[in-house]
Design a protein around this ligand. Structure first.
Ligand code: PHE
Length: 455
């Protein structure tokens, strides 16, 4: 079967929004607040920002640059840029990582579908009890979460089946604006609840004694996860980008938006946790884990005027944000299957759906019937979350930076960064980026890992 010419994004804006859509997702709204809560609040945030600048931005630029230059799926890209070398296995690991992430991501995506359905039917707001019980009862039931997981995965597959321009680009445009407006409304409500200021202090006044080797790994993992870097998503999207894009500027914008969104989501949730705990006279539990958003926010909505409408809009936006990220993950698998295994797009979608659906099933059941089953002391869900975010993505990022910094050669790197000299970028800037990629990011990632292994 002849491979059709590759699609490209229709416009610069569409490309930026699709990448931002990949980055902005459950990672910001669901994972960031509870990881921040688990890892000591402000100190974690500070570490996060430092890693963003010195590790993640250089890695994102590397991945973008490699993707645009190779214009293929991750596996073939490395084969094209370094023919016959072992580098192609980095591409393969990236494809694998994307599949593993999608497998647990679709479970949380399924939770969003469920909450949206319940918000629309009114049963979420009329529940009246403790939302921890509501959430607990839902996820421990074997069938319901599983059904929603598959629905979420099915929607994702359907969009992918439509291809780059009609599917991915169009969807990403609408969702970011809706999400932003709603979340700002929730922040306002959350911050005006009595007792919210303790939450603000937790988020912004760092307690350095909270930092240890594990916090560093957690902050690095969260940053990689949230920015969608290290697993070929940015690489695959970049392969659809035209050659006149300003890589460094796009990467900086995406990181800025993504982090802004995470902090705003934190502001919507953490102060509310404190306020609600103060109201009930209990200790705030920001360490509630993956359920945090699904437990806290319904509580906030039920205490605000027009709460039901806010809940509907919020869970709709959350779902859209999750979908635009999930499609970037499935597109990595699809591009690989189409180009390497020579299957049609529709077939690629079906294969991805089945693979991720099966693993996703185990992740979903690990909150219920498979509760007692542990891998290295973690539930199946936590295991996939941990190994992908904290290990596979940073390792992927390490190799992407090493490839861009050492294998591509300085002249090629700068040439790609400046679009063959067409972009007027000051020399000091391109060199700084180059050295961040070549030395700073790889050394920093290695040190963080070593520190964790040795501690
Ligand atoms: N960045 C996405 C989010 O924040 C998740 C994701 C991770 C997407 C890795 C693609 C690759 O939800």
């Amino acid at each position: 079967m002849a491979v059709k010419p590759r699609e490209t994004f229709g416009s610069r804006m569409g490309m930026l929004l699709a990448m931002a859509g990949s980055a902005i997702g459950l990672g910001n709204i669901w994972r960031f607040p509870y990881t921040l809560g688990k890892n000591g609040g402000a100190a974690f945030l500070l570490l996060y920002v430092i890693m963003l600048v010195f590790i993640c931005l250089p890695v994102m630029i590397s991945e973008y640059l490699i993707g645009r230059r190779g214009a293929s799926n991750p596996f073939r890209t490395f084969d094209k840029l370094a023919p016959g070398s072992k580098w192609r296995w980095i591409g393969f690991i990236a494809v694998l990582a994307s599949g593993c992430i999608l497998s647990f991501y679709c479970v949380v995506g399924g939770w969003s579908v469920k909450y949206l359905v319940d918000a629309v039917s009114g049963s979420l707001m009329s529940f009246g009890g403790d939302y921890a019980d509501f959430f607990g009862a839902f996820i421990s039931n074997p069938w319901e979460p599983l059904t929603f997981t598959l629905i979420f995965l099915g929607i994702t597959g359907l969009i992918i089946a439509f291809g780059v321009r009609n599917g991915i680009e169009r969807m990403s445009k609408i969702m970011i604006s809706v999400l932003f407006v709603i979340i700002v409304l929730v922040v306002i409500r959350s911050l005006t609840l009595p007792g919210a200021s303790a939450g603000l202090r937790y988020m912004f006044v760092p307690d350095m004694s909270k930092i240890d080797a594990n916090t560093c790994v957690a902050a690095m993992g969260q940053a990689f996860f949230s920015l969608s870097i290290g697993c070929g998503c940015i690489l695959t999207y970049a392969s659809y980008v035209k050659k006149d894009e300003n890589i460094a500027a796009s990467a900086a914008w995406i990181s800025f938006f993504d982090t802004g969104f995470a902090v705003i989501a934190g502001l919507a949730i953490i102060p509310a946790v404190y306020a609600i705990a103060a109201m009930n006279g209990v200790e705030p539990d920001v360490n509630a884990g993956p359920g945090l958003v699904f437990i806290t926010l319904p509580g906030v909505f039920s205490s605000m005027p027009l709460g039901n409408a806010a809940a509907v809009l919020f869970f709709l936006a959350l779902l859209l944000a999750a979908i635009t990220s999930a499609i970037s993950l499935m597109e990595v698998l699809a591009a690989y299957i189409i180009e390497e295994l020579r299957k049609s797009r529709a077939m690629a979608v079906i294969i991805s759906f089945v693979l991720c659906g099966v693993v996703g099933m185990f992740c979903s059941l690990s909150f219920g019937p498979l509760d007692g089953f542990k891998l290295f002391g973690l539930s199946v869900f936590d295991f996939f979350d941990y190994i992908t975010s904290n290990i596979m993505l940073p390792v992927g990022g390490l190799f992407l930076a090493l490839f861009a910094g050492w294998r591509l050669k300085r002249a090629n790197f700068i040439d790609e960064l400046t679009n063959g000299g067409a972009l007027k970028m000051p020399r000091w800037l391109s060199l700084t980026i180059y050295y961040l990629v070549k030395f700073v990011a790889p050394i920093a990632i290695s040190v963080i890992f070593l520190n964790c292994i040795l501690s």
